[in-house]
Design a protein around this ligand. Structure first.
Ligand SMILES: Nc1ncnc2c1ncn2[C@@H]1O[C@H](COP(=O)(O)OP(=O)(O)OP(=O)(O)O)[C@@H](O)[C@H]1O
Ligand SMILES: [Mg+2]
Length: 336
């Protein structure tokens, strides 16, 4: 990687805070990597400096979808302390303004980073020079993924219209929401209450986020304001992938309503992507789908979402100096 005139790395800067967008959703194979790569390409095409990060240390494959054969460096090097400087892991891609941190060569014996590594990663991520950083979280609900999802400026949940995917997306939201509430409150009693409520068969009879909120307000009403604030800030964006009909498009609105009803949160339905048999052709050819088939319905859908995100980026750039530099979760190692 080239160094600039001051001797610093081109991807390391403190002058500009990138917007971090984390993409998860619980279920495997719903299209998170497909979405991240193609959204990234679309945003780079719109003129933004983009870094995509494969945070899926268990199943790294983002580089392949992007057409990067054998990445020379990986996030695993940072997690294993082989490379201390995250900026040195940023690789160029064939697409102008689009860069990658891959996740190959992970130590499968301990792929998931511990709390301090997560904090270090999130801190250093904010120092990278880019307009936007897209994090592909991979499947599951491991503590590291939840921390990244909550620490990001935006969290996107990708789902498919299948009931199993909706169920997993709801489970992911529930886990993220409880974790968010737990870090928002200051009372140790309430934190313990939230941890207990995370067990769906808890003895307290708390079966839904609403039950939990009612219990918290009854026990310590002074915490209610912090929770309301956390609810307002918790604004996941929803994407429905593999859509085959208008009815399936509408599913995103139904999930948004459920978020309001069960969590009291205002999720945004970012958009949908059609199922398209050409996706496989693009992956096999090692080309991002929106590059290979720009006029397909699915590519148009992704382009629409990219423009929505681009509008947020413009707003973010205007507000950036006043944004907090680092947002990290508290240490819940014991409750992980
Ligand atoms: N809209 C689509 N139309 C057709 N195929 C798609 C679409 N979106 C994704 N795919 C295909 O579905 C498969 C799974 O997609 P992808 O790997 O992006 O899922 P994922 O959520 O990242 O999976 P994992 O949880 O394992 O990381 C891939 O073969 C991908 O090419
Ligand atoms: Mg993936």
């Amino acid at each position: 990687m080239d160094h600039d005139e001051q001797g610093s790395l081109p991807f390391c800067s403190t002058e500009k805070t990138p917007r971090i967008i984390a993409v998860g959703g619980g279920k495997g194979g719903v299209g998170k990597t497909f979405f991240v790569v193609n959204l990234a390409v679309a945003l780079a095409r719109l003129g933004h400096e983009v870094i995509v990060v494969d945070a899926d240390l268990d199943g790294a494959n983002l580089h392949t979808v992007l057409g990067v054969g054998n990445p020379s460096t990986s996030l695993a090097d940072f997690i294993a302390y082989r490379e201390k400087d995250l900026a040195k892991l940023v690789l160029d891609t064939a697409i102008p303004r689009l860069h990658l941190i891959a996740a190959t060569h992970a130590n499968l014996a301990s792929a998931q980073p511990g709390h301090f590594q997560r904090v270090r990663f999130l801190k250093d991520l904010r120092k990278l020079r880019a307009d936007v950083i897209l994090l592909d979280l991979g499947a599951g609900m491991q503590p590291a993924l939840m921390d990244y999802f909550l620490a990001a400026d935006d969290g996107v949940i990708v789902m498919t219209p299948e009931p199993t995917s909706i169920e997993n997306a709801y489970g992911f939201l529930r886990a993220a929401f409880y974790r968010c509430i737990r870090s928002a409150v200051s009372s140790e009693t309430i934190r313990t209450l939230v941890t207990d409520a995370m067990d769906q068969r808890n003895d307290l009879g708390i079966r839904s986020p609403y039950d939990l909120l009612r219990e918290i307000v009854a026990k310590e009403p002074q915490e209610a304001e912090k929770i309301e604030e956390a609810q307002r800030a918790f604004r996941p964006r929803l994407v429905v992938n593999h859509v085959l009909s208008a009815e399936e498009v509408r599913l995103g609105f139904a999930v948004r309503s459920a978020c309001q009803k069960y969590f009291g949160i205002d999720a945004e339905y970012l958009g949908y992507v059609n199922e398209d048999t050409a996706v496989r052709k693009a992956v096999t050819a090692g080309r991002p789908f929106v590059e290979a088939f720009p006029r397909s319905d699915a590519a148009v859908c992704i382009g629409r979402m990219a423009r929505k995100i681009a509008a947020v980026l413009v707003e973010h750039a205007a507000l950036a100096p006043s944004l907090p530099k680092v947002q990290v979760a508290e240490n819940y190692e014991s409750a992980d």
